[in-house]
Design a protein around this ligand. Structure first.
Ligand code: GUN
Ligand code: ZN
Length: 429
């Protein structure tokens, strides 16, 4: 018999997508709720009194008025950029050359990769994040390091070796063949083992030749259950560069489609400056757009019109994009998502923001039937939020008439200090 632990507090549950249905109909907070953990999984979710009576042997952890919610799912990050987050003064291409590539070159040392993987998982767990889709570096052992560190913790992880065979420093380039071979070996070693999921990872079209994109498209066709992650239309200069590098392509998205890299299991980070054709195509194939709002502000990329994409039926996830993003916290990321939508005249509700950072991102990663929601059978990946974590937030909450106002204040003003506890795989971290 698995050990049983009952977490009591205010519980947040989803019964649908608040971008499709009215949020009131599909997102609920039970002010006296409970989540029963049985081993690594959730056994039941319901009223605290009912679950206490049904499971008298369970040990109880009472979180009072804290909000018990699904652990956050960060659908696009670069764990190798942990140590260079918040690097000053550059836009995308200069930022990559000045800060990112030199830092990623340090991952030639496997022990450095392991150190940063551990540090990154500690920082993200402290922020309530329980699953991440992260880029690794060009070095296959950088993906091994992250998978190994997550397996020790029983944590779900999506990652893949980054592939680049041009427009990158010599020590950060592979070839079409080695990118294929090394990625394939990593798939064989990790994909589907425990909670590890492999994502084939061409960094973005400017750093891959047509040969490399084709090789990775072929690999994806051979392993269609893998994810594929990359970047799309982040900055206008980058979009113009892609047009020069791929003169026959209809647009940026077409550089992926022409090489077999467009599909529903494709994760396209940023996607701010899309043409109408690209939006239609993403909606047709259900390609995932991953919104990276702190990064989009920090590197000066622009404000994604997320409500427009949601209306067009493009599946969406939310992400920090560490270290182009300026925070490890999905709370800070939700605040930035709110602000970006305001630039387009839309006010996202707290229920929509919470959904994006949990169930929405989980659906984007095709893991929505095991994480991102508090329900029986799902993994015990949980974040517990203190809704009065700082004096500034507490005084706002004391004025509020509703729990949703409190949640919104924590989303807008909260950070790691609001994360009372993080549970991963049924264990308190
Ligand atoms: N485009 C290509 N590589 C990167 C990266 O590491 N970060 C961001 N934000 N955009 C990219
Ligand atoms: Zn990125």
């Amino acid at each position: 018999m698995n050990t049983q632990t009952l977490l009591t507090g205010q519980t947040l549950t989803f019964r649908g997508n608040p971008f499709i249905q009215a949020w009131e109909d599909c997102v609920h907070i039970d002010s006296a709720g409970a989540v029963l953990l049985e081993g690594s999984r959730i056994g039941a979710v319901g009223p605290a009194t009912t679950l206490k009576a049904a499971h008298p042997q369970a040990s109880v952890v009472n979180y009072g008025n804290d909000l018990i919610c699904p652990g956050f799912v960060d659908a696009h990050a670069h764990y190798p950029q942990t140590a260079m987050i918040a690097s000053w003064g550059k836009r995308l291409i200069d930022w990559l050359e000045t800060y990112t590539f030199p830092e990623e070159a340090r991952f030639a040392d496997p022990s450095y990769a392991s150190d940063i993987a551990g540090r990154y998982l500690d920082l993200t767990a402290a922020a309530g994040t329980t699953t991440i889709a992260s880029f690794a570096t060009i070095h296959p052992h950088s993906a091994d390091a992250l998978f190994a560190a997550t397996q020790e913790r029983g944590q779900c992880m999506v990652t893949g070796k980054t592939c680049m065979d041009r427009n990158a420093p010599d020590n950060l380039r592979d070839t079409a063949q080695t990118a294929y071979d090394d990625s394939k070996a990593l798939i064989d070693r990790w994909h589907g083992k425990g909670r590890a999921h492999y994502a084939i990872t061409p960094r973005f079209s400017p750093t891959s030749t047509s040969d490399q994109l084709s090789a990775l498209g072929a690999l994806w066709a051979e392993h269609p259950d893998c994810l594929m992650q990359t970047h799309l239309s982040e900055q206008p200069d980058e979009v113009a560069w892609v047009a020069e590098l791929f003169p026959k392509a209809r647009d940026y998205l077409d550089t992926y489609e022409a090489h077999g890299l467009l599909g529903a299991r494709g994760l396209y980070g940023h996607a701010i400056h899309l043409t109408p054709r690209e939006i239609d195509r993403l909606a047709d194939v259900q390609g995932r757009v991953i919104h990276c709002p702190t990064s989009n502000s920090f590197i000066g990329s622009g404000a994604l019109n997320l409500p427009q994409l949601a209306t067009r039926g493009v599946p969406l996830g939310l992400a920090t994009d560490t270290g182009g993003g300026s925070s490890f916290s999905m709370l800070r990321t939700m605040a930035a998502a709110y602000e970006a939508a305001q630039h387009h005249g839309h006010a996202l509700h707290a229920a929509q923001l919470m959904w994006l950072g949990t169930a929405g991102s989980a659906n984007a990663l095709h893991l929505g039937d095991e994480i991102g929601t508090l329900a029986a059978g799902y993994y015990g990946d949980i974040a517990v939020l203190d809704l009065q974590s700082t004096a500034a937030i507490a005084q706002r909450a004391n004025r509020s008439g509703s729990v949703w106002e409190d949640v919104f204040a924590t989303l807008m003003m909260g950070d790691e200090r609001a994360v009372r506890a993080t549970w991963i795989n049924g264990n308190l971290i």
